[in-house]
Design a protein around this ligand. Structure first.
Ligand SMILES: NC(=O)c1ccc[n+]([C@@H]2O[C@H](COP(=O)([O-])OP(=O)(O)OC[C@H]3O[C@@H](n4cnc5c(N)ncnc54)[C@H](OP(=O)(O)O)[C@@H]3O)[C@@H](O)[C@H]2O)c1
Length: 317
């Protein structure tokens, strides 16, 4: 099969097109003929072996695929557990494969899988968003952020503030349902967030880290929850418990991998996202579609902040 393989850690150049033996499913596993493979920001961390889970060489990157279970005609979207998606064929656990509802295309379904589940858990499981609470979503034109804005709205949030780096991205965030969209640059971000929300925020969803995290903490109200789920900016933060106490704030971390062994945290939220999409109340923002051989360009564009919405690779192109 055709695939993209990493024989080394490093820059985008380590993503090498390769001809590999077809993977063989074991007990409890399915072989999926991949129609589209999802690209996630975590893939760029994993490429340099800087993600939360250590990677072992060689490997085929890619944590999610949409396609057909070989020999059955059954259409699924599935998580691979972190590797194997950038290929014509992928082996996935049956427990991490979900039927594709009629009317939902593979690109839309991939948008809702890793990023949709993440957005859902950020708001429901981590922030425990209550109706009327204000929410700020950073990188709101991105794959995860664009869904978080829409779900915050759907879950009854009060003011939703979006941040993004360009006017075009801020327009997209407003189209997703944000009340206000502001520049997400770190300098002076706390003041801009408070002004945009008309007061301190109840919830902030942050996957950037560094100064953006610190400024967001400044903008968080007493009883506010900061949900940290990524470090796109490359800098992790240290939290001072005395400040948390003094300001009455909570910091919650999220990693989707903790849901893998808990089916009740996967299928029901995904079904909810699929239903919302079927009703037109959740509209996945579809980003660029790259041929499989251009996986390096996809990752470069994602890390270079040049993309919006869900990026996918097409093994047939
Ligand atoms: N913890 C989990 O389980 C989990 C699951 C899914 C995703 N995530 C995390 O969520 C974040 C978003 O992932 P995604 O796949 O949906 O990507 P994405 O949001 O579509 O793309 C990343 C966006 O982050 C913003 N950004 C801000 N500072 C950046 C920087 N220094 N470098 C690159 N981008 C920067 C950019 O938007 P602007 O140009 O508008 O600032 C960029 O477009 C990532 O950190 C990812 O690791 C975590």
């Amino acid at each position: 099969m055709r695939a993209v393989q990493q024989l080394a850690f490093g820059g985008p150049e380590v993503l090498e097109p390769a001809e590999l033996p077809d993977p063989q499913p074991g007990p409890g596993e399915l072989l999926v003929e991949v129609e589209l493979a999802g690209v996630n920001f975590a893939d760029t961390h994993q490429r340099r072996n800087e993600y939360l889970a250590e990677a072992e060489l060689p490997f085929v990157p890619g944590s999610e695929v949409a396609g057909t279970v070989a020999g059955t005609g059954r259409r699924v979207v599935a998580m691979t557990g972190g590797r194997g998606g950038y290929a014509e064929l992928a082996v996935v656990s049956e427990a991490m494969a979900f039927g594709l509802p009629d009317g939902l295309g593979p690109h839309e379904a991939l948008a809702l899988l890793v990023q949709g589940l993440t957005a859902w858990h950020l708001l429901r499981s981590c922030a425990r968003l209550a109706p009327g609470e204000s929410v700020a979503v950073h990188a709101a034109a991105g794959g995860t952020g664009s869904l978080a804005v829409q779900l915050a709205r759907e879950f009854g949030a009060g003011t939703v503030v979006a941040t993004a780096s360009t006017p075009e991205k801020r327009e997209l965030a407003l189209a997703c349902g944000a009340d206000v969209a502001i520049d997400g640059a770190p300098e002076g971000l706390a003041d801009r967030l408070v002004e945009a929300a008309g007061g301190r925020l109840d919830v902030v969803l942050d996957a950037i880290g560094g100064q953006v995290f610190d400024e967001s903490m400044e903008a968080l109200a007493p009883f506010g929850r900061m949900v940290t789920y990524g470090v796109s900016g490359g800098k992790t933060n240290t939290v001072n418990t005395r400040s948390l106490m003094k300001n009455g704030q909570a910091v919650v971390g999220f990693w989707l991998a903790h849901c893998y062994e808990r089916p009740e945290l996967l299928a029901p939220p995904l079904a909810e996202c699929f239903d919302l999409a079927a009703e037109g109340r959740l509209r996945p923002l579809l980003g660029e579609r790259y041929p499989l051989s251009r996986a390096a360009a996809a990752q470069e564009d994602l890390a270079g902040r040049r993309t919006t919405g869900k990026l996918v690779l097409d093994p047939s192109a």
